[in-house]
Ligand binder design. Sequence first.
Ligand code: GLV
Length: 331
Amino acid sequence: MSTKPRILVARAIFPEVLDFLSQHFEVESNQDDLDWSPEELVRHLQDKDGALTTGSVSISAALLAACPQLRICANMAVGFNNFDVPAMTAAGVQGTNAPDVLTETTADFGFALLMATARRVTESEHYLRAGKWTRWSYDMFCGSDIHGATLGIIGMGRIGQAIARRGALGFGMQVIYHNRSRLDAATEAACGARYVDKDTLLQSADHVLLVVPYSAASHHTIGAAELARMKPTATLINIARGGIVDDAALAVALREGRIAAAGLDVFEGEPKVHPDLLTVPNVVLTPHIASATRRTRLAMAQLAADNLVDYFFRGTVRTPVNTPLPVARSA
Ligand code: GLV
């Protein structure tokens, strides 16, 4: 009988990362990428010591109670709102996430979505593909400028700062930001960003970009009241998490032209998308791909795998989400 720790890889991942894990663990993998119900997940996890999860795999108090052997969940995502962190800590289960390795890739995508939205890239492409383009006209698909505009970033962690640098240094934007805590002066200077309160940001930004982590406190950071404070020419970009924006209120604001356009990579209740967002033309919709380059996704999976190896064989982890470290469950 094997004495290796037993690991569940709860969603399909790169074969090379599975090979790496198999050198250290007895691995069961959901390589067919089946959508397991919470009960099915428990069935697969009940005899496991650790799990490699993605943001769509919910680790709840009920699951922890049903899986007494489980000691670590390593998320292949920087966000970890799929973890009930207090319940994990109380149960002595370590959680880890996958920060840093995705910062620049995600910032690139934030900028791509901003540019596609403000310059109406997908809307005009749909027009062309539908055979509607018969002649040039002076105001066809006029959008709004990125260069020289005011970029308002809500949530100024590592990804927010990387986006600020792109805006300030690459596009000559005035960058303002709002965050729970203000950055130190040297960091503000390095990313060319000025701290303002949320109302000032909403009222003065030409483009509002959200990169705040999801929590009860950040739920509906942007709702009808906030949309009403934005400029009618403004764009809104959400690469953070579904639920940060009230998608129903956003669809109304877009339809009524209260803001110019939005770019969304994340949605409340995804992969479902609010039906009204699917029918308004002035929104760019992408399926949660901000970190999706092969190199970065591989690095995220490898970091999750390294956290599992370090936990079981070195008694430490690289990127904990519950600190102080939980007292490990007895083996
Ligand atoms: C993606 O959304 C992540 O949190 O890594």
